[in-house]
Design a protein around this ligand. Structure first.
Ligand code: NDP
Ligand code: X2W
Length: 346
């Protein structure tokens, strides 16, 4: 099924990754490319890695520019996408890469983002139980946050199988592209190069309720609330997220082999999730540009904890790749069409 796509936010990091993947997708024709302040300038001035599109002129982001496309990707700051989506045709498949339609609980939206809750759309993490059914045939997709993709995929098989108590700690290291390309003082080279630092420490990051929402939906301990302590760390690299999730084992006798069996059952049939052989660890570089997740499982018997590591590229599986995976499902295509799975080494 051929699809004509529009990309709003085409000058940004996510918009650039959507367009990179679109150029390699056999069923995609690229229509409108729009943005904010950069409207009127050539796309090549913002996306130097896309020479095939360098001469395209960026248009203003209006409902009229985005009309007449089969799929509209909104790679815009949160708030802006909900406002725009409300003015788009119900027949078009609208894919919100921002946060506006991820949270199902209006009170959680109010607490973490503020303002009116736009409502929740089918959540674009196909690996979560039940997600594929909601995505098939849908005309709206909420793309997960990049940390929630990594953290959820690291933790959910153990939470769903009751392997751990639902008291999850997630520490995740992110490349700086996770913050977008708008100039921010804490992202200056002099601040970031050669250094790593935590932020949002003590439960302050707005991805916490999204991770809780995902894990609570699958938790085997239905009478015990899922609690997540999430700590993001900015790391001196352009792309990638490495998440380290750990939780107390529900039974102290659980062996590493048993834990691996739980993860193998969850992921053996998944085209984009790779449970690594014992003894190797996920590396962010190995998934750069790939719609891939590397996962490893360990049991810390002395501490009585399960420790799971997961690596993704925040812009690929963490946003644009995961978005195309969900689009493929929504349009009845094979989920894997057009999505690269190989990363880089060294
Ligand atoms: N970066 C990441 O790893 C991830 C990002 N996301 C989400 O994806 C969305 C895009 O992020 P990212 O690409 O990183 O951000 P960038 O800052 O790199 O890009 C933002 C884009 O939005 C455009 N824009 C900003 N304000 C407006 C406006 N008022 N009207 C129209 N267009 C506007 C910008 O255009 P211009 O430059 O012309 O102003 C630019 O094209 C955000 O919601 C982000 O939270 C989600 C998961 C991961
Ligand atoms: C490194 C870095 O700054 N990362 C961003 C997460 C990006 C993302 O996924 O943002 P949305 O949920 O808004 O889509 C942050 O911590 O805010």
């Amino acid at each position: 099924m051929r699809m004509r796509i529009a990309v709003a936010g085409a000058s940004g990091y996510v918009g650039g990754e959507v367009l990179r993947l679109a150029l390699g997708h056999p069923e995609v024709e690229i229509g409108a490319v729009t943005a904010g302040e950069s409207a009127g300038s050539p796309l090549g001035a913002h996306q130097p890695h896309l020479p095939a599109l360098a001469d395209r002129t960026i248009a203003e982001t209006t409902p009229e520019q985005l009309a007449g496309h089969d799929v509209v990707f909104l790679a815009l700051p949160h708030g802006r996408s909900a406002e725009l989506a409300a003015q788009l045709s119900e027949d078009a498949l609208v894919v919100d890469c921002g946060a506006d339609h991820r949270l199902t609980d209006p009170a959680a939206w109010q607490r973490w983002y503020g303002g009116e809750h736009a409502g929740a759309w089918p959540y674009g993490l196909p690996e979560l139980p039940g997600a594929r059914d909601a995505l098939r045939g849908s005309r709206r997709i909420a793309v997960p946050g990049c940390y929630p993709t990594a953290g959820t995929l690291a933790a959910f098989p153990a939470v769903a199988a009751g392997l751990v108590e639902p008291e999850i700690s997630i520490v995740a290291f992110s490349g700086t592209s996770g913050a977008g390309k708008a100039a921010k003082p804490h992202l200056l080279g002099a601040e970031v190069m050669g250094s790593a630092g935590a932020y949002g420490v003590g439960g302050g990051h707005r991805h916490t309720p999204e991770i809780v929402q995902n894990l609570a939906a699958v938790s085997a301990a239905s009478t015990v609330p899922v609690r997540v302590s999430f700590t993001p760390v900015l790391a001196p690299m352009p792309r990638g997220i490495l998440a380290v999730a750990s939780a107390p084992l529900a039974a102290h006798a659980v062996t590493e082999e048993q834990a691996r069996e739980v993860y193998a059952k969850a992921y053996d049939a998944e085209p984009f999730v790779h449970l690594l052989p014992a003894g190797t660890q996920p590396q962010t570089k190995s998934v750069v540009g790939a719609n891939a997740v590397q996962v490893q499982v360990a049991v810390d018997a002395d501490a009585g904890r399960l420790v799971v590591t997961a690596a993704i590229d925040n812009l690929t599986k963490g946003t644009a790749g995961g978005a195309f995976q969900s689009v493929n499902l929504a349009l009845g295509l094979d989920e894997t069409v057009g999505l690269p799975t190989t990363g880089m080494h060294p």
